[in-house]
Design a protein around this ligand. Structure first.
Ligand code: WT7
Length: 655
């Protein structure tokens, strides 16, 4: 279940203690761990004090009907008010909420809290005019532009849960999500910029909506000015429908458990799961963790989460966490190499970014490009750097720490998930030490354990499964429309505790090392992809009879998608050349999105199966990782692996 490379590296025992000056002024002190352990609910009650409640809650947690939790019972609040109005009321209207950086050079915008509040009020009024009511779902399919944040907060303001679909997903994926949560309004843009080229978004929406009869309106932001098709009556320009509204909007307070958003993520079956987050607990969780983990000083820090808003990292640490704390953030539209490979460092230098949060895959890419690129820029404003989304290998950690962090910035390796909503396991930079490759310990108020097959906690020095043993405020409340799947997926593997799906190891100090997924979920560049979902996409192609997908270790992307396919007889006759491989890769891009494209596709005559017909992915992973193939004794036909290996030697694999 774990990658041997990672396990071996655990023996490297470097350790970095908190820098003295950071420790002295840290937001959270060491006694937080003790007080949270002593009275966990009192601890979470105290953290809720960060927010402004229209009506106070009467009970911190209702866990009477597990695993269905209610946090801050009876409390009422508005998420948008907490992210915007209250800061303006407190005199912070002129503070910059976002230094927005478009991908084309010099295409920038600084947006203050007062401006953002006005814009969100206008958009909220526009949604109301379009008939959106409390509880209605709104789909958002956007590039990384300020209007994306405005759209999300406008939804939150009127109590309409949003579902943001990553702009890199295909029309089919968008359609599935719109249908699953029954969204009636879609907010999109004509396109966005990626590597200098305007990418199109509206055509994918048009395509998706061919089978979504209940969508009434599409609101389109003009970002690139490219030609797009227009569906009269259905399509509306954002600048027209939002532009004409008043910037006055009195917001309503919603129940703490009112749905805030649905975020889809891949599971072990083909159907993505709509993870439901609600208002009070989620906002307390994001707000407190962003402040605690990044030791945020909102009046001096410039904070940058370099992720896309289409993923949970963007929801929690570009939008809800930072805004609820009145943070000044950077938001960047494009890729790190546009128009040159120093773009990120140019941004850090220009805006004097003090806190940077990104994924190991980006760090490994920068390593490959060479230290001389960041070294050309002044990165001395940085004081703290973070990592998220996948295990960070110690080599990348050290490079990040030394080359980007100048050997002075603590690195926070933060473990969490779409489902957890907030950071769960991480060092606290002013309090705890960090070790390259370890996410260290659960935050105060968070309870995690590593357990063996029978659910018993493992000894120090041993590995097992990561579980969360107590509910936490930002936890998912269910899977949209499927309570049973929520129970089965997370709360049934080990009764009474949350099963995260990750392998983990406890070291001799009791610190936690995450070792990757233990289920059929891959992690490619910090994005979660399901092997089954990609297999279904491949099999939906008329030329494919059978498919098996595995995630193999990859030096750049952490894991890479490797597919093995058996062609239908008719197609097999045409040969198994490069064309079919290209065709299948494009097909997966069309069905799911370019991120799901297999790195390699091997055409094979048979797949390794057990006598009961289960595909032995372990053996395929051996092939993909170019290892000696492991134990084949449970195979129905042990000669299959010889065949596949011979096939590989014949060079039919395409990288
Ligand atoms: C999965 C969750 C958390 C937001 C982005 C990804 C892996 C996440 C770490 C880390 C090792 C990590 C896990 C987890 N993961 N952070 N610091 N160290 N693994 O969210 O798409 O819901 O994926 O990402 O495998 O289960 P996600």
């Amino acid at each position: 279940m774990s990658s041997p490379a990672l396990t071996n590296l655990m023996h490297e025992t470097r350790r970095f203690d908190p820098p003295a000056e950071l420790a002295e002024h840290a937001n959270v002190t060491a006694d937080a761990y003790g007080s949270a352990t002593q009275d966990r609910l009192a601890y979470w009650e105290e953290q809720a004090g960060r927010l402004t409640w229209a009506e106070p809650f009467t009970r911190v947690l209702d866990w009477d009907d597990p695993p269905f939790a209610k946090w801050y019972v009876g409390g009422k609040l508005n998420a948008a008010y907490n992210c915007l109005d209250r800061h303006v009321e407190a005199g912070l209207g002129d503070r910059i909420a976002y230094h927005w950086v478009g991908e084309p050079e010099n295409d920038t915008r600084d947006i203050t809290y007062a401006e953002l509040t006005d814009e969100v009020c206008r958009a909220a009024n526009a949604l109301l005019e379009l008939g959106v009511r409390t509880g209605d779902r709104v789909a958002i399919y956007m590039p990384m532009i300020p209007e994306t944040v405005v759209a999300m907060l406008a939804c939150a303001r009127i109590g309409a849960p949003h579902t943001v679909v990553f702009g890199g997903f295909s029309s089919t994926a968008l359609q599935d999500r719109i249908l699953d949560c029954d969204a009636r309004i879609v907010i999109t843009a004509d396109g966005g910029y990626r590597r200098g080229i305007p990418s199109a978004l509206k055509p994918a929406v048009d395509e998706a909506l061919k089978s979504c009869p209940d969508v009434r309106n599409v609101v389109v932001v003009r970002r690139t000015g490219q030609q797009i098709e227009w569906n009269e009556g259905r399509d509306l320009w954002w600048h027209e429908v939002v532009g004409k509204q008043s910037s006055e909007h009195e917001c309503e307070a919603f129940d703490a458990e009112h749905p805030l958003y649905v975020m889809y993520t891949s599971g072990t079956t083909g159907k993505p799961k709509g993870i439901l987050h609600t208002t009070g607990g989620y906002l307390v969780g994001c707000s407190w963790t962003q402040w605690a983990v990044f030791d945020l000083k909102p009046d001096i820090d410039v904070y940058w989460t370099a992720a896309d808003i289409g993923w949970v990292t963007g929801h929690s640490y570009i939008v809800y966490g930072p805004l609820s704390n009145a943070t000044t953030s950077v938001m960047y539209e494009g890729t790190p190499d546009a128009p040159h490979k120093g773009r990120w460092w140019e941004i850090v230098e220009k805006y004097e970014v003090s806190i940077l949060y990104c994924a190991p895959t980006a760090i490994r890419t920068f390593m490959k490009w060479g230290a001389e690129i960041p070294q050309k820029f002044d990165l001395s404003s940085l004081r703290l750097i973070g990592s998220v989304g996948e295990p960070i290998n110690p080599e990348a950690y050290m490079w990040y720490r030394e080359t980007i962090g100048g050997d002075r910035c603590p690195v926070v390796d933060t473990w969490w998930q779409t489902e957890t909503g907030m950071i769960m396991i991480t060092p606290l930079p002013g309090v705890t030490s960090g070790k390259p490759g370890s996410a260290m310990t659960p935050l105060p108020g968070v309870c995690a354990a590593v357990v063996d097959d029978s659910g018993k906690p493992v000894q120090k020095g041993s590995g097992g499964y990561l579980v969360l043993t107590e509910p936490w405020p930002a936890m998912l409340r269910t899977i949209w429309g499927d309570d049973q799947r929520y129970v089965d997926t997370y709360w049934s593997r080990f009764p009474g505790v949350y099963f995260a799906g990750d392998g983990a190891k406890l070291d001799e100090d009791g610190d936690i090392w995450l070792l990757g997924r233990v289920d059929d979920v891959m992690n490619v560049s910090g994005h979660r992809l399901s092997t089954t979902e990609i297999e279904s996409a491949l099999v939906s192609h008329p030329k494919v009879a059978e498919a098996a997908v595995v995630g193999a270790n990859d030096p750049d992307t952490g894991q890479a998608v490797n597919a093995f396919v058996i062609l239908r007889e008719s197609a097999a006759d045409e040969g198994a050349g490069a064309e079919i491989v290209t065709e299948l890769r494009d097909h997966v891009a069309k069905e799911i999105g370019p991120i799901a494209k297999p790195k390699s596709i091997m055409v094979v005559l048979e797949l390794p199966k057990t006598r009961s017909g289960k595909i032995m992915r372990r053996l395929l992973r051996d092939v993909a990782e170019k290892r000696e193939v492991g134990d084949v004794t449970t195979l129905a036909d042990s000669s299959v692996m010889d065949l596949i290996s011979a096939n590989l030697a014949g060079g039919k694999q395409e990288d």
